[in-house]
Every structure is written in C-alpha cells, then in structure tokens.
Design a binder for this molecule. Structure first.
Ligand code: ATP
Length: 280
C-alpha cells in the first residue's frame, strides 16, 4: 500500500474533526470560544469542512497551513466578518462564552467589539491618532466624559506599546505613522473597546523584521488578558508566539495541540510533512 493510501485509510478510520481526536479541546481553562462542526461555502465551493475547535484565554492560538487551506476563512467566521462576503455561507455552531454568535438576536457590532480583529495590512482610519482609539469607545458609549476617554486612549496606547512614541502627537494623522506603528495603533484600537478575543490575520506580513519583533513582543504581553488567535504563514513565528497550534489542510483541521508537540512530535503525517517543508 502506498503512503497516500495508508494516510487516507488511517484518516478515514477516525473522525478527523472530532475535538477528541484532533486534540481540539484544551485541558486547561474554560474555552472562551467554541466552534463545532463548522462548514463554510463560497457559492458552491466548500472552503471549511466540519471544523471543531476550542479557543482559550490562557493561550495564544496559531492557525497554520498551506495557502488556501482556509485559515483566514475560519478566523473571519469567529467574528462574523464573512457576513460581508455575499456568497459566503456558514453552517455549524460558534459560541463566545456560550452565546451563539450566529443567533438572530446577536448584535454584530457588539460581537466585533468583543471579538476584535487586526488585519494583514494596517488599516488606521484617516483620522488623528487620538480619534483612531477614541472612535470605538465613543460609539459603544464606554466613556462618560473627556477625562475618561483620555484615560482609555492613553491606557490602550500603553498596552499596545505605542504611548511613548505618540504621546506628544496625538492629533497627528494615524496614517502618518510607520507601518509597524500603524499596526500597533490598530491593536490599540481593538483593545480600546475592551475585547475578550483578538483575532490577528497575518498581522506582521507587511512589516519589517524590527516591527515584526515588536508585534510579537506585544502578543506575549497581551497573552492572558485576551484570548488571541493568530493566522500566520510563518512557522517560526507560530512557534515563537503561540502555545497552541491548529494545522489546517484543504479546509479541514488536521491537528490541534500544544505548539511544542505540533512542531516536535505531531500525531499526523500530514502535519509532519508540512512542518518539515515537504509541501507548503
Ligand atoms: N471571498 C472569497 N470568495 C470566494 N472564494 C474565496 C474567498 N475567500 C477565500 N476563498 C477561497 O476559500 C479557500 C480558503 O481561502 P482562505 O483565504 O481562507 O485560505 P488561507 O489559508 O487563509 O490562505 P492564505 O494563507 O493564502 O491567505 C481558498 O480556496 C480561497 O480561494
């Protein structure tokens, strides 16, 4: 029997998307978000196939896998960003602290405040640094007056490691900052509305190595305060920043577990082949 056939048979003999077999549940901590049997379609094409996973507060979770395997699609399901794509359709169940995020009564604006997102390309608003941060708290009514808003702006910038660089020019445009500073501004903007989860879709891919190192350091600092999920193409980055890694392939979740296990002792041959560079 050739290797492909063997792999096919072994994967057919177990339910690959059962959290019990993919390791998609965590022993430690109550999950902040749970996904069960999620399928995503773009028109007739299925991009995510029966994925179940738990995301916890105590760890940074990395989504890795070859281009087109569905990492970003699945990430975008977690705060309903796929709602903005008319041909996208999702089935299954995704919960935040037990609340069904696809329930008709779910307020999507509130959801996206609770589950913030940072994109590949920094996308500050064409507004001042101050207003980039103050915008969310203003529309969500999180500050009762100017003093409280000032405090939120300062603490968000501090937590994003940007305060000392911008405190004397809060009225300058956010778009005038360097790429790395813009990305930290976007992280500060997400933090300002007091999220529970931060989703990061390849947040460093447009940045140079120094700016990348700063974002990675920031992810370390934010760990534990928020559940963080990061999509990355860069396996070294996944190994550096995450405690849990989920490996996707052709829309399925092949394996999910401790990052050290995924990189040193994966259970699945497909994972091993990917992390050793046999395909990608
Ligand atoms: N807006 C869309 N319309 C139609 N198909 C899409 C759309 N976005 C993604 N897809 C398809 O869904 C599949 C998964 O894409 P997705 O971008 O989620 O993968 P990915 O693993 O994040 O890839 P990459 O690492 O290249 O960003 C691919 O086949 C892709 O072509």
């Amino acid at each position: 029997m050739n290797d492909d056939k063997k792999m096919q048979e072994s994967s057919e003999s177990i339910n690959m998307t059962d959290p019990a077999t993919t390791g998609a549940t965590s022993e430690s901590g109550t999950p902040k978000m749970t996904a069960r049997n999620v399928n995503v379609f773009y028109g007739d094409k299925q991009a995510i196939n029966d994925v179940s996973i738990d995301v916890n507060m105590d760890s940074v979770t990395a989504f890795i896998g070859p281009s087109g395997c569905g990492k970003s699609t699945f990430l975008r399901c977690m705060n309903r960003m796929n709602d903005t794509i008319p041909i996208a359709r999702i089935t299954g169940d995704i919960r935040l602290e037990g609340d069904d995020i696809y329930a008709p009564q779910m307020d999507v604006v509130q959801l996206r405040a609770r589950v913030g997102m940072v994109f590949q390309k920094p996308n500050p608003f064409p507004k001042s640094i101050y207003d980039n941060i103050a915008y969310g708290p203003r529309i969500h009514g999180l500050a009762t007056g100017k003093e409280e808003l000032d405090h939120i702006v300062e603490s968000s910038l501090q937590r994003a490691g940007l305060w000392s660089e911008v405190k004397d020019r809060l009225q300058d445009s956010g778009t005038a900052l360097s790429g790395g500073q813009q990305q930290r501004l976007c992280i500060a903007r997400a933090i300002a509305v007091d999220p529970e989860v931060i989703l990061m879709d390849e947040p460093c891919s447009a940045l140079d190595p120094i700016a990348t190192a700063k974002i990675e350091e920031l992810i370390h600092e934010l760990r534990g305060q928020y559940a963080i999920v990061i999509v990355t193409h860069n396996m070294q980055q996944a190994a550096r920043v995450s405690q849990k890694t989920a490996f996707f392939h052709l829309g399925t979740l092949v394996e999910y577990g401790e990052t050290t296990d995924i990189f040193t002792n994966p259970r699945e041959e497909k994972t091993r082949d990917y992390i050793t560079g046999r395909y990608g």
